[in-house]
Design a protein. Structure first.
Length: 108
């Protein structure tokens, strides 16, 4: 009987030890943005930041401002009313644009 109890404890001990670790790992994943991309139209443009507005039918407009740094990769020419997709990173100063792609409209 003593051996059976010892074996049962040894089997349950490793699984019980991993539960707190799993709970700690889940918290940082929730803080990360679900989708680090934002697409829309440029509504304001300065040397160090760009403001993008996303409009979806039947929903409210969503506006985001992204910091532009020397590490920001820009594909295309930034100008007002241009359609863009921004890959961003959230840091202490706010949302920093890591990569901006200007979408060209295809004329048919």
């Amino acid at each position: 009987m003593l051996r059976l109890t010892a074996v049962a404890l040894l089997c349950l001990l490793p699984s019980a030890a991993t539960l707190p670790v799993l709970a700690q790992d889940a918290a940082p994943a929730e803080q990360a943005p679900k989708n680090p991309f934002f697409s829309g139209t440029i509504s304001a443009l300065a040397e160090d930041k760009v403001t993008v507005v996303k409009t979806v039918w039947g929903k409210n407009k969503e506006t985001r401002t992204f910091l532009i740094t020397k590490e920001t990769r820009i594909e295309g020419n930034l100008k007002l009313k241009a359609r863009v997709t921004v890959r961003y990173v959230h840091d202490d100063e706010g949302d920093r644009a890591a990569h901006i792609i200007v979408r060209t409209s295809s004329k048919r």
